[in-house]
Design a protein around this ligand. Structure first.
Ligand code: ATP
Ligand code: MG
Length: 217
């Protein structure tokens, strides 16, 4: 099986409190899986381990069958991973929406005009083109979440790691995100508390409970 992500026997603890133990999870090419679990069960921490932001206590993470021995090994795949944090407060690097959405393309050396048209296109796709020139920190929580998603999707990463992508969104915006994510054929791990959202997106759902990951459908 061609996998984008293999998590093997991963354990993690914070301040000597075990969050999870011996978790194994494989996400194949273009597979979408969801993780649910109660507050504090460790979902965000698990996603950060897969994104290469924190190191597990034990176990291994493979990206595209390549073993990530150290956090710096993840750098090689930085542009292949689109990680949306649960809290997007520290996510933005530029003052305005359009600049932020263009940023990842500009960082890849794409010319300003091309980056602008691609950024505007994705804003239109997400129906937030009216926010183009707004200051990021004046936006509502839901608006910020969609802008963050736009700046991730614009580079077309091979893996999407989405931590509660709809937690601040209204029903309309949630539907829009479902349609967009459904149309994207990429490997995804989606963490969410929204039952209807994950059911319409991910055929496989896991629950993080009592330190382990169990498949619930
Ligand atoms: N850097 C940290 N320092 C101390 N404790 C932490 C840290 N990060 C997470 N924790 C604790 O670890 C536990 C798991 O946190 P995590 O954010 O992974 O849970 P979660 O399942 O994502 O919860 P939620 O559904 O509320 O987002 C929580 O009890 C949290 O307080
Ligand atoms: Mg969380």
């Amino acid at each position: 099986m061609s996998c984008s992500i293999n998590v093997k026997n991963v354990s993690y603890e914070i301040n000597e409190r075990v969050l999870f133990q011996d978790i194994t999870l494989n996400v194949s090419h273009e597979e979408k899986i969801a993780i649910v679990g109660s507050n504090g069960s460790g979902k965000s921490s698990f996603l950060k381990i897969v994104a290469g932001l924190i190191k597990p206590k034990e176990g291994e993470v493979f990206l595209f069958h390549d073993k990530m021995e150290k956090l710096k090994d993840f750098r090689k795949y930085r542009s292949d991973i689109g990680y949306l944090p649960q809290d997007v407060n520290d996510f933005f690097l530029c003052p305005t929406v359009i600049e932020d959405v263009m940023f990842n393309l500009r960082a890849k050396g794409i010319k300003k005009d091309d980056a602008y048209s691609k950024a505007f296109e994705i804003l239109k796709e997400l129906e937030i083109e009216h926010l183009e020139n707004r200051t990021i920190y004046d936006l509502s929580g839901g608006e910020q979440k969609i802008v963050a998603l736009a700046s991730i999707l614009i580079t077309k990463p091979k893996i999407l790691l989405l931590d509660e992508p709809t937690n601040a969104l209204d029903e309309e915006a949630e539907k829009k995100i479902v349609n967009i994510l459904n149309s994207i054929k990429k490997s995804m791990i989606i963490v969410s508390h929204h039952k209807s959202f994950i059911e319409s997106l991910a055929p496989t759902i896991y629950r993080l409970k009592e330190n382990s990951l169990e498949k619930i459908n």
